[in-house]
Design a protein around this ligand. Structure first.
Ligand SMILES: [Zn+2]
Length: 498
């Protein structure tokens, strides 16, 4: 726990370095508990605007949606026009391609008809570079690469295509199957679950959800984890017998970092079982980690505040279809930050309540965090950052999880994980009945702080301004409603209690 305290001690310098939402790192002192002032104001000053929001919220709650929307529209101007949207429109038919792109497609089909695979691959690559919106090209290219035993290249093509076309069941299904075939069960599960949540009303949503569960089970199976653990220990099934002959693992490897030499055969099996159990029940893993972490934090115990945050969290969580033992905590910390541990344990700073302007904004922030949890990003972090070895030691020796929590908090999410959480967070916000630009507005706040900050360390974090633009494109492209309930009134009541 000392390590964690030491790292969190940096907060004293005004920077939060422990939050899982790395992009939400803002100078703590920059967010004083000011009265809420909706940023997208019409004329008349902050007070008049706040009063107008409150009026609109009341109309909305009373069922007069049209009157509420009229006021919201006056208070929230259109997004600024940009020359280039980051959202690429899908093209389904070759006939919709322009003539130069169609020539690539025809060349690929001609090459295929003559069994010239490399020619077809080349033409398809040129077509994708020229027109990334054409759905059939990456599907066909990935298939050709897989047939040619170029699996990692096929996966790259599909990942890029799935980033561009998160709503295409064909592309995401091809990606899920390719990942599963490659033994990347956790990634396959996440890709499938992400599609199911993003496309709540899609006829195949249930099918994707079932695949997500199956692939997660495949990841947490003893056999799969045995391979992962052996790899983490720099062992292979082939070298294991030699080591077992000696009865012990090499003292230089990870299993004895606590100073005790373990009996290999027995202990590896024990480890596999324990890690498997820990990963199989993310709620329990999250509860263990949260228990450790809570000891280092000052938590708000005002039931009205905690209930408020819990209710918002559950509202977005129920749209994500993952049956966790959700728990929401409010941390006394005035930086605009929040983070999620595996299994639906979400921590929200008081600074996030004070730095957001409405229920919609806080719900957007929580949608982002819950998405990290629901998509097993914490487990993925453990798996991809070599942190599995840190989990092994507490599991075997029964020592506290503090080092695991510390490392989890320090390891940044990848850009694609952040984007996934942004997209799903906004998607569920749009479905929850709150204004769909809540998360976008939080990002805008962060972008303002980032640009006004003199702190160099901020430059290492994903640019919020870019995410603002991306989220705006997403909202426009999907017709998400920005003029649903804002919830300034209720939010102010809670802010006043902090
Ligand atoms: Zn995040």
């Amino acid at each position: 726990m000392k390590k964690l305290l030491k790292r969190c001690g940096w907060m004293m310098l005004g920077l939060v370095l422990c939050g899982l939402w790395q992009s939400l790192i803002v100078p703590a002192i920059a967010i004083a508990p000011l009265p809420p002032q909706p940023r997208l104001l019409a004329q008349g000053g902050a007070a008049a605007s706040t009063a107008a929001f409150v009026e609109a919220d009341q109309l909305y709650r009373s069922g007069d949606i049209a009157a509420a929307e009229e006021i919201y529209r006056q208070l929230k101007p259109e997004f600024a026009d940009r020359a280039v949207s980051q959202v690429i429109e899908p093209i389904y038919e070759p006939a919709s391609l322009d003539s130069a792109d169609l020539a690539y497609w025809d060349a690929a089909q001609g090459a295929l008809a003559n069994n010239q695979t490399s020619g077809a691959i080349g033409a398809l690559q040129q077509l994708i570079a020229a027109e990334p919106g054409f759905i059939a090209a990456p599907l066909e290219l990935a298939q050709l690469l897989q047939d040619d035993d170029r699996d990692s290249e096929a996966l790259e093509v599909l990942e890029q295509a799935a980033t561009i076309h998160p709503y295409s069941s064909d592309i995401v299904m091809a990606q899920v199957r390719a990942l599963a075939d490659d033994g990347q069960h956790l990634e396959a599960s996440i890709a499938a679950r992400s599609f199911a949540i993003l496309n709540l009303d899609h006829p195949q949503a249930g099918e994707f959800r079932a695949i997500a569960d199956d692939e997660l089970n495949a990841f947490t199976s003893g056999q799969n984890l045995r391979n992962i653990i052996l790899a983490a220990a720099n062992l292979t099934v082939e070298t294991l017998p030699d080591i077992l002959d000696g009865g012990f693992l090499n003292p230089g490897n990870i299993f004895n970092s606590s100073g005790s030499i373990l009996n290999a055969a027995q202990d590896i099996e024990e480890l596999v079982q324990k890690v498997s159990r820990a990963f199989a029940d993310e709620s329990e893993l999250g509860a263990l980690l949260a228990e450790e972490y809570k000891q280092t934090l000052s938590l708000v115990d005002d039931p009205e505040v905690v209930d408020y945050v819990t209710q918002l969290g559950l509202e977005v969580a129920q749209l994500m279809g993952r049956d966790f033992d959700y728990e929401f905590f409010v941390v006394r910390d005035n930086s605009l930050n929040a983070f999620a541990l595996p299994g639906g344990k979400v921590f929200v700073n008081t600074g996030a309540i004070l730095g957001t302007r409405s229920q919609a904004e806080l719900a957007g922030l929580m949608g982002h965090e819950v998405a990290h949890s629901v998509l097993s990003h914490g487990v993925q972090k453990v798996n991809t950052n070599g942190l599995i070895e840190n989990l092994i030691e507490p599991l075997v020796a029964g020592v506290p999880y503090d080092s695991v929590v510390t490392d989890l908090l320090r390891a940044q999410y990848s850009q694609s994980q952040e984007r996934q959480a942004d997209i799903l967070g906004s998607r569920v916000l749009a479905s929850s009945g709150y204004a769909a630009d809540g998360l976008r507005n939080v990002m805008a706040t962060l972008a303002e702080f980032s640009s006004s900050s003199q702190t160099n360390s901020l430059s290492t974090h994903p640019a919020s301004a870019e995410r603002v633009e991306y989220l705006e494109d997403l909202i426009i492209a999907n017709g998400y409603n920005r003029y649903a309930l804002e919830g300034v009134d209720r939010h102010q009541v809670i802010q006043a209690r902090l």
